[in-house]
Write a protein that binds this ligand. Structure first.
Ligand code: NDP
Ligand code: HEM
Length: 467
């Protein structure tokens, strides 16, 4: 063998470069292409071309678990990511949501800390139930999402059997420049199907890839899963009244807008109908970004959303590279004009050679004021404040708890008790005090389940389970 065997050198060198960093969260995922069909008329709320009645838009969906690494089993209890990219004629609109309408925290400062509690302990390299419950019990705004996570809907059978939510309050604006606050809901037409913890153990014992098998297999078999798209709409100035009436901010990510006050308005239907040809280039290298919006869709003062607008493109530049937006899967289908230059692998950058700065006299692209978003209206003081002091963390989890039948409640109690295995008693007690405030029956039900847990675990060393 000689060094001149450059084909071998190329082959070995390429192999060494096959991996890119996995997503820091939502690493394990499953995706497919599809179509959004708009059947109703919401143009009085939004001028976006994607919402013109009758419009069909090609799209990509990627579903995921939050905490597990790329090799994690699919059927694990966790929140599911529900990320959508719509290749509209005005550019890409990404809605990077979850299968839950709320989130654990409402302040981006807390997000990295929250994720640390979901990932591995620095010393043991194991998941830590102690860290999770320590954090949740010190951040009671998490109660709503914790209740959903520990309920039946916390462990869907496949990505097709769950809803998707934009979760945040976003905004829509129409041709007259009027702004409306909006929440997006995708309701599964396949119905909700879940595994119990015990069923999931059996499932994972047989296959760790059940979501990939189900989604890929269903589409390959010619069956196309569908979701109905609905919105809830709040006129811009009503957010002030909403807060006065309920005590909740309309931009608080730990709360929903009650359907009774803000009914669901049908928009259309999303169908997944085409598998990717190459998982790595089309699903792994897909880059979903909440700041990808089109004229007629905008943001809101939700602090979490504002934090996310920075975080995602930053993650993409690190994980994929400077020109990640030019990869086939991420590229808009509409013409793209900008003045970005050079950098690592600037493939496909087509520029007018003389118009490489702005403003210029050489026919380079210019800003289009007709698509400018109407300005936000703010008044008062701006500062950093503690989110916890201002909200009622208990009413909405209570509304959810009261919707559960006896079977759902009993599974909720036992799922929580199981998840508390090995957690120090003072942390359990702090968390139980929050469940009591939601409903005494909630706290008591978990206490009872914990007793059974203790009996079942008698004689078993669970000291490792704290980590
Ligand atoms: P509604 O009775 O009008 O709506 C209840 C909502 O709860 C429906 O969207 C339904 O979704 C969903 N739901 C039903 N069963 C479950 C379950 N086992 N786990 C999770 N969600 C379920 O009431 P409100 O709008 O006043 O909300 C009451 C509570 O419902 C909220 O506190 C919240 O926890 C939960 N919820 C509310 C949503 C909202 O946007 N308002 C959205 C989702 C949940 P589906 O049609 O898919 O069954
Ligand atoms: C993925 C950050 C909150 C849903 C990611 C990634 C980062 C991130 C860095 C990896 C992106 C990549 O490498 O491609 C944050 C921060 C948050 C936050 C800083 C809060 C401040 C949320 C919320 C939701 C959400 C509230 C849902 C409502 C998702 C989804 C993905 C993801 C679905 C996977 C996207 C995909 O499939 O590629 N997040 N996140 N995140 N996040 Fe968040």
């Amino acid at each position: 063998m000689l060094l001149e065997d450059y084909q071998l050198i190329e082959k070995l060198a390429h192999q060494n470069r096959e991996r890119i960093p996995e997503r820091v969260v939502h690493a394990k995922g499953w995706g497919a292409y599809g179509t959004l069909r708009v059947t109703e008329d919401i143009t009085k709320y939004s001028r976006a071309a994607v919402f013109k009645p009758g419009t069909e838009t090609e799209m990509l969906a990627r579903f995921s678990t939050v905490a597990g690494e790329q090799g994690a089993a699919d059927a694990e209890r966790d929140v599911r990511g529900f990320a959508l990219k719509f290749y509209t004629e005005e550019g890409n609109w990404d809605l990077v949501g979850n299968n839950t309408p709320v989130f654990f925290v409402a302040d981006p400062y807390k997000f990295p800390d929250f994720i640390h509690t979901q990932k591995r302990h620095p010393q043991t390299n194991l998941r830590s139930a102690t860290a999770m419950w320590d954090f949740w019990s010190l951040c009671p705004e998490s109660l709503h999402q914790v209740t959903i996570l520990m309920s039946d809907r916390g462990l869907p059978q496949t990505p097709m059997h769950m809803n998707g939510y934009g979760s945040h309050t976003f905004s829509l604006w129409n041709d007259q420049g009027e702004r409306f606050w909006v929440k997006f809901h995708f309701k599964t037409q396949q119905g909700h199907k879940h595994f119990t913890n015990d069923e999931a153990v059996q499932v994972i014992g047989k296959s760790r890839e059940t979501y990939q098998e189900a989604l890929f297999g269903t589409i390959a078999g010619g069956h196309f899963p569908k979701w109905d798209l609905f919105i809830q709409v709040m006129p811009e100035m009503d957010a002030i009244e909403f807060e006065k009436k309920t005590g909740w901010s309309a931009f608080d990510l730990t709360k929903v807008w009650p359907h009774g006050d803000y009914p669901l308005i049908k928009v259309g239907e999303m169908e997944l109908n085409r598998n990717a040809e190459n998982y790595f280039t089309e699903i792994e290298q897909s880059a979903f970004n909440p700041s990808n919006v089109v004229p007629g869709i905008g943001f809101s003062p939700d602090k979490m959303l504002q934090g996310r607008l920075f975080s995602y493109p930053d993650a993409h530049r690190y994980r994929i590279g400077t020109h990640y937006e030019n990869l086939e899967v991420n590229k808009p289908k509409s013409p793209v004009n900008h003045y970005h230059r050079d950098g690592t692998m600037p493939f496909g950058l087509r520029t007018n050679p003389d118009a490489y700065y702005e403003p210029n006299s050489f026919g380079g692209p210019v800003e289009d004021p007709s698509v400018a978003e109407p300005p936000h209206r703010y008044e008062g003081e701006v500062g950093r404040y503690d989110f916890r002091s201002e909200a009622d963390h208990y009413s909405q989890p209570r509304a959810l708890f009261n919707m559960f039948d006896e079977g759902q409640k009993s599974r909720l109690f036992s799922n929580i008790a199981t998840a508390m295995t090995g957690v120090p008693q003072e942390i359990i007690d702090r968390q139980l005090a929050h469940f009591d405030k939601v409903d005494q029956a909630y706290g008591d039900g978990i206490r009872e389940a914990l007793k059974h847990q203790k009996t079942e675990n008698a004689g078993v060393d669970t000291s490792h389970a704290a980590e």
